[in-house]
Write a protein that binds this ligand. Structure first.
Ligand SMILES: Cc1cc2nc3c(=O)[nH]c(=O)nc-3n(C[C@H](O)[C@H](O)[C@H](O)COP(=O)(O)O)c2cc1C
Length: 345
């Protein structure tokens, strides 16, 4: 496969996808300032290597919520992976399981959470959107727990969808169906989502959510210290610093630029992860140095899936593994724990 960087999948995916699917996957909100900023902010930062450290062996493994993963990298929840591949979420979930990466399944996945769980081994978390009919969330959490998902990732930055112009120019109406929740085709997908969401959800509802299962709760979409503190006070085991890949409120900062504020507020009481704009092994080590325990990638895995199916996603993981290993070795860090704050400017 003539792919030497995650970015190479993007052009291939664009060719493979319909304009509607491409607009849905690639787009951000409003002027896409935040979408671009997520990647740009990584490139404004610089690494500080230490030399003459024994890096003859580099161990990229770590744990998240107590479970071992082979790289500090996971697959972010992305809706409608059936637009990229006939088997949809099943393919990246299988690759993630085989390669030791965590896989987060979206509420709005094309395949059902049970179908995805049937791929077998692998650490999987379930991403929850709370809809106006709260019974749906209760059922989803119960099903996820029964199917072996190990955490509930509540996405908190989508009381309603952001204003996404690319989707308005290329309306996505044929989704191929949703795996977890009933849905009728015909209307624009983003409007369907907007109509379902419970915009009244607030901090007081987290007690109800936590009562639904024993699974740890992860809050996805935290962008500042105050909310990070509230997340911990309301029992979150982890937070994901995320701006939804620039798809919700435009003009919020890049996630890498607010990571330290969140890490300081959490103060070791919960794990902190980051997503948004991670494209290189050097981005991964920068996030680790600034206090993230792991990072998640959305679009790169999606593009790899659309471009080359299972071989593509496998290649994406290989590339990331090679890049993270090389970055750690050249930074003078034989273990993930050795990637400390002093390694980034
Ligand atoms: C096409 C698409 C669909 C997404 N669907 C969901 C979703 O269903 N639930 C969710 O929590 N986040 C969703 N996200 C956000 C991702 O989980 C993640 O925050 C984001 O993609 C990370 O940025 P990156 O694409 O730059 O890696 C979606 C992102 C994309 C690009």
């Amino acid at each position: 496969m003539d792919v030497h960087a995650l970015a190479d999948f993007e052009a291939l995916a664009r060719e493979a996808l319909s304009p509607e699917a491409w607009g849905y996957y690639a787009g951000g909100a409003w002027d896409e300032v935040t979408l671009r900023e997520n990647e740009a902010a990584f490139r404004r930062r610089f690494l500080r290597p230490r030399v003459l450290v024994d890096v003859s062996r580099v161990d990229t493994a770590t744990t998240i919520l107590g479970e071992r993963i082979s790289l500090p990298v996971g697959v972010a929840p992305v809706a409608l992976q059936g637009l990229a591949h006939p088997e949809g979420e099943v393919v990246p979930a299988r690759v993630a399981g085989r390669t030791g990466l965590p896989y987060v399944l979206s509420t709005f996945s094309s395949r059902s959470l049970e179908t995805v769980a049937a791929v077998g081994r692998g650490l999987r978390w379930f991403q929850l959107y709370v809809q106006q009919d709260r019974r749906i969330a209760e059922q989803l959490v119960r099903r996820a727990a029964e199917a072996g998902y190990r955490a509930i990732v509540l996405t908190v930055d989508l009381p309603r969808p952001g204003i996404r112009e690319r989707e308005r120019r290329h309306p996505l109406t044929e989704t191929g169906g949703l795996g977890n929740v009933p849905h009728t085709e015909g209307a624009q997908f983003i409007d369907v989502i907007g109509g379902l969401m419970d915009a009244s959800l607030d901090w007081d509802d987290l007690a109800w959510l936590r009562s639904l299962s024993d699974l740890p709760l992860v809050l996805k979409g935290i962008l500042g210290g105050e909310d990070a503190r509230l997340a911990v006070e309301h029992g979150a085991s982890a937070v994901i610093v995320s701006n939804h890949g620039g798809r919700q409120l435009d003009r919020v900062p890049a996630t890498i630029d607010v990571l330290e504020e969140v890490v300081a507020a959490v103060d070791g009481r919960a794990e902190v992860y980051l997503d948004g704009g991670v494209r290189r092994g050097t981005d991964v080590v920068m996030a680790l140095a600034l206090g993230a325990r792991a990072v998640f990638l959305g679009r790169p895995f999606l593009y790899a899936l659309a471009a080359a199916g299972e071989a593509g996603v496998t290649r994406a993981v290989e590339l990331l593994r090679e890049e993270v290993e090389a970055a750690m070795a050249l930074l003078g860090c034989p273990t993930v724990a050795a990637v400390t704050r002093d390694r980034v400017r």
